[in-house]
Design a protein around this ligand. Structure first.
Ligand SMILES: *[C@@H]1O[C@H](CO)[C@@H](O)[C@H](O)[C@H]1NC(C)=O
Ligand SMILES: *[C@@H]1O[C@H](CO)[C@@H](O)[C@H](O)[C@H]1NC(C)=O
Ligand SMILES: *[C@@H]1O[C@H](CO)[C@@H](O)[C@H](O)[C@H]1NC(C)=O
Ligand SMILES: *[C@@H]1O[C@H](CO)[C@@H](O)[C@H](O)[C@H]1NC(C)=O
Ligand SMILES: *[C@@H]1O[C@H](CO)[C@@H](O)[C@H](O)[C@H]1NC(C)=O
Length: 926
């Protein structure tokens, strides 16, 4: 149903005919202009000055005071400095300063937006899922609680919007001895991501603007971890015995954000405050483990703390779209699973029967559980047959004996002998307007009927058999208090469609695990309603953090380094759909599977490593050693078995563009050989087996198929553990990076990259040479089919000998109308990493000078919540160093390094050379 509504959005966008230049949206809010996070080498005792002072002295010499220090970091996990330059970056080549290890732009993270949010009106709110504990049942948390584990003695730091600790279910107070025992506000109410933070000691979730569901987010997250049981909703946190510390990183601005230098401070503070677990429901699509916070997150995880981070809500964009900082090494990236229960409105019949749950097939967008647009008066029930199982009801025109149906509700089993349209037409011929469908696979019914679909076919059969008895039965549709929780037949227990896909660009195993994140009821700021239902990987992440706390409590803090492996090896695989025999969902979306706490706490078997990283075919690692250890007190015999998940086809066949959701899944398993399929281990004994994996043959490597699956290890005493593998059955080095595909954003004529004049009245590419005066410059746009570690834009002479090595975008096939709706131009500029040499790195490429450059860039992609830049900016009038470009005839030279390419090898770059652009003083003279 989601894809249906997307289609509508897209079609209506199309309705506006051609895009106009004025429609271009400019959004410069992806980076702090002129801001850099500089990582410095750690201090050595020999040095007279600190690495910071050395660096600052040198910077002062070059920048002549035209800079400010935003932050200094001096921690075992990160030594560095965040600076704000007020002078062209090229003049202060930060990378060449003393002690510099890395220079990264300051990325700005938008406040997390739940996929959906509903504030609960009270215990009778029809949208509430009646069993508040359903997510605990899904994951074995209920059993862990029954065993007495609640996370006692474990400290969890929550980086978010703060926490409303006055909430009665969150302890009602703040400070030592309280549930919310500590924390810090790093930003203050007025912070918006770009202005100066005003920190204080109080991480209260203080913004109460109810129009904006991002406020209150931290309170919701905290409740998923730690809400006390015994409330009116029967909700409890996964680790309600744990000690929570709030680190507030968002202010009250609507659509506020946080810059990475502040996030790093928050992470270091949580680390130094001794948090065992740090949980972060924040991120942007990236694919790279090399953004500043992903690096710091990886270091903290490497130093033996548990870090859980949201995998991201960009499932719509397809594979290889991991969110950072979840991409960080050793970080637990958490995917979302749908609740097994949904709320459904019910009807009541005049014969004795439990309330009958239904959905409205005619208006799919009505929230289930909310009052439905149906009259509340009783309707007489009529059926075209007395056989509840009839497969041809109303297939023939209804006879003369059939009464006028305009005031009845018609019970209708979907026929197999004729089309449903025939059934509807025959009922309509008798005046029928309202239909009760049962055993129907229709999701949506358009047109002439009000159609109600029964959740359970048995209810329809019951009503038909009552009708057959000759009883005059009626049904009514109560408008209030008519909601019940029913098993979610379509998506319950499946990976949420919004949950972002991995793996990372370096083919690391992302996401790591999944946890419930669809329709989660939890605490909400008391001033905003106290309880709310939210969906997102933001909700799955604290669930995983709470799960980690239970593992730590049960196994002791010596397990800190093993928590990720324990959660992975004991998780449960998730199918790709509810259909019988459906292949397992790709691990690129589910991770190893949904956490299973009962298993995690009780198995007496360890397997390692938890992840087998296959890489891509150019770097394929086929042989892996897996160690199995019996940690129990009794002998176990283990059976080993391979199970493949569905192979996800990343790219559209014959195209450079990614498949959007739903990503095509095929039955094309990797070939897996195990050196042994049975081993017996005495108590305390371990053994190593070898696993050899080769890519499948029957897939097109150009489509970058993601292969994944598990080696299950099943012990004779009931232990079930596994190791998981993931890899790409194609070469990333071979995949084109600069997009020339007809994906998402293209001018009306020709594809990207393109020089696009603004005086055509619509977006069309320049063909052939053209002159421009400085007051009528064109824009330049391109998009990235793949992420890249380095993209550089240089100016070259018009008569340059350099040639494009990618297909000419001017030859791009015209767009099909359905694709033209996506018009994203974002952001206005892409910022140079640092004194990069500006890309003039190949002696054999004669350029006039660098214009712009960026490093570790995500691929372009559409996702409702997280679109990634289609770069578009005004034709530059200056070089990167601020020097004006003289009048003359030029071309733009765009180069992007292929994934896994060698930055020093010119052959590893995609090259695009633009049409000829003349910068002239005036056009009259011609
Ligand atoms: C609360 O949840 C538990 C676990 O699912 C269930 O057994 C119990 O009946 C629920 N209580 C209420 C009052 O809903
Ligand atoms: C895959 O290979 C590339 C190229 O050698 C390397 O950079 C990357 O780290 C490898 N990935 C993994 C998961 O080992
Ligand atoms: C549950 O959440 C999903 C998104 O995760 C949404 O589509 C659905 O409408 C929600 N509500 C119910 C009551 O199922
Ligand atoms: C651009 O202007 C130059 C003179 O500055 C002229 O020689 C050239 O023909 C012009 N090109 C086009 C395409 O108009
Ligand atoms: C700026 O860059 C351009 C192109 O590389 C170069 O020609 C010029 O000398 C530079 N200006 C300064 C002040 O460094």
């Amino acid at each position: 149903m989601r894809s249906q509504s997307l289609l509508f959005a897209l079609l209506s966008a199309c309705g506006a005919l051609a895009l106009e230049a004025k429609d271009i949206v400019r959004n410069d809010k992806a980076f702090v202009p002129g801001g850099y996070i500089v990582e410095l080498s750690s201090p050595t005792s020999k040095r007279s000055l600190s690495p910071h002072d050395d660096f600052l002295n040198a910077l002062d010499k070059r920048a002549g005071g035209k800079f400010e220090t935003r932050k200094k970091y001096d921690s075992p996990v990160f030594t560095g400095i965040a600076v704000q330059l007020h002078t062209p970056e090229e003049l202060v080549d930060l990378a060449s300063m003393p002690n510099v290890v890395a220079v990264r732009p300051i990325i700005v993270h938008a406040a997390p937006k739940p996929v959906q949010a509903h504030v609960v009106s009270g215990p009778n709110d029809p949208a509430l899922i009646p069993d508040g504990q359903s997510t605990h049942v899904m994951t074995g948390v209920d059993k862990a609680h029954a065993q007495g584990f609640t996370g006692k003695g474990i400290k969890i730091g929550v980086l978010d919007t703060g926490i409303d600790y006055t909430h009665p279910s969150l302890g009602g107070g703040f400070g030592p001895g309280h549930k919310i025992a500590g924390g810090y506000d790093l930003v203050g109410d007025d912070y918006d991501g770009f202005n100066t933070p005003v920190p204080d000691n109080d991480p209260f979730d203080s913004c109460t603007d109810t129009t904006d569901s991002e406020h209150g987010h931290g309170t919701h997250v905290a409740g998923i971890i730690a809400a006390d049981p015994g409330n009116e909703f029967n909700i409890s946190g996964v680790a309600y015995g744990a000690e929570i510390h709030g680190y507030r990183v968002f202010g009250c601005a609507i659509h506020g954000s946080v810059s990475e230098d502040v996030l790093i401070s928050a992470m270091i503070k949580a680390y130094e405050d001794g948090m065992d677990i740090i949980t972060i429901s924040i991120g942007v699509p990236s694919g790279w483990a090399s953004t500043s916070i992903a690096v710091v997150a990886g270091r903290i995880a490497g130093n033996g703390r548990v870090i859980t981070i949201a995998a991201g809500n960009a499932g719509e964009a397809g594979t290889l779209f991991s969110s950072a900082p979840a991409t960080g090494k050793d970080v637990i990236a958490v995917a979302s699973v749908e609740n097994t229960l949904v709320t459904r409105q019910t009807m009541v019949s005049s014969v004795s029967h439990a309330p009958i749950p239904y959905t409205l097939a005619s208006w799919p967008n009505i929230t289930p559980g909310q009052p439905q647009p149906l009259p509340e008066t009783p309707f007489p029930v009529w059926a075209p047959t007395t056989d509840p199982k009839s497969n041809d009801a109303a297939c023939q025109p209804l006879g003369d004996d059939v009464p006028d149906l305009s005031n009845s509700v018609v019970l209708l089993r979907q026929a197999t002998e004729c089309s449903d349209i025939d059934q509807y037409l025959n009922i309509q011929a008798k005046g029928g307007k309202l239909v009760l469908l049962y055993a129907s696979d229709e999701d949506i019914l358009y047109g002439f009927f009000t159609a109600v679909k029964l959740v359970n076919a048995e209810d329809g059969e019951f009503l038909v058999s009552e009708f057959a008895k000759g009883s005059n039965i009626t049904v009514t549709f109560p408008q209030h208090n008519g909601a019940v929780g029913v098993p979610n037949p379509e998506t319950g227990g499946l990976v949420s469609d919004f949950s972002a896909f991995g793996p990372s660009n370096e083919v690391y195993f992302k996401p790591t695990i999944s946890a419930p994140g669809g329709n989660i009821t939890s605490t909400w700021p008391t001033l905003m309603g106290s309880w709310a239902i939210l969906s997102g990987t933001s909700m799955a992440t604290p669930f995983a953090a709470g799960s980690a706390a239970l593992v730590l409590e049960a196994k002791g803090k010596r397990a800190l380094r093993n928590v990720r492996g324990i959660l992975e090896t004991t998780s449960l695989g998730i199918p790709s759909s509810k259909a019988a025999g459906a292949l397992p969902q790709t691990l690129a979306q589910q991770g190893t599977g949904i956490v299973n706490l009962f298993n995690a706490l009780n198995v007496k078997t360890e397997v390692s490593p938890a992840e087998l990283l296959l890489n891509d075919t150019a770097n394929w690692k086929s042989t892996h050693k897996v160690t199995i250890k019996n940690t129990g007190k009794a002998k176990q015999t283990y059976k080993l078995r391979h199970q493949a998940a569905a192979t996800a086809i990343s790219l559209r066949s014959g195209d450079v563009s990614y498949n959007l959701y739903p990503v095509p899944l095929v039955d094309a398993p990797a070939n897996v050989r195990l050196s042994k399929t049975s081993v017996t281990l005495a108590p305390g004994a371990s053994t190593t087996i070898s696993v050899t994996i080769s890519p499948p043959k029957k897939v097109d490597p150009k489509t970058l198929p993601v292969v994944s699956g598990w080696i299950h290890v099943a012990g004779s005493r009931g232990d079930n553990v596994k190791v998981s593998y993931m890899g790409i059955a194609g070469s990333l080095r071979a995949a084109q990076v600069i997009s020339t595909g007809n994906d998402l954003l293209v001018p009306k004529d020709g594809g990207l990259p393109a020089v696009i004049p603004l005086d055509y009245g619509e977006l069309r590419s320049q063909r052939g040479p053209r002159n421009y005066t400085l007051d009528m410059l064109p824009i330049f746009g391109f998009s990235l089919a793949q992420g890249t570690r380095s993209v550089v834009l240089d100016l070259v002479r018009a008569d340059t000998k350099i040639k494009s090595n990618i297909p000419n975008p001017l030859d791009a096939a015209p767009l099909t109308p359905s694709k033209r709706g996506w018009s994203w131009w974002w952001p206005g500029l892409f910022k140079p990493g640092h004194g990069h040499g500006g890309g003039n790195s190949f002696a054999d490429v004669p350029t006039l000078g660098p214009l712009n450059a960026a490093e570790y860039v995500a691929r372009s992609g559409f996702a409702r919540q997280a679109p990634v830049p289609y770069f578009a900016f005004d034709f530059p009038t200056t070089f990167a160093n601020g020097t004006a470009i003289p009048f003359g005839q030029y071309r733009l030279l765009l180069r992007a390094l292929r994934i896994t390419g060698d930055a020093k090898n010119a052959k590893d770059y995609d090259v695009y050379v633009s049409e000829q652009v003349g910068l002239v003083e005036s056009l009259e003279s011609q």
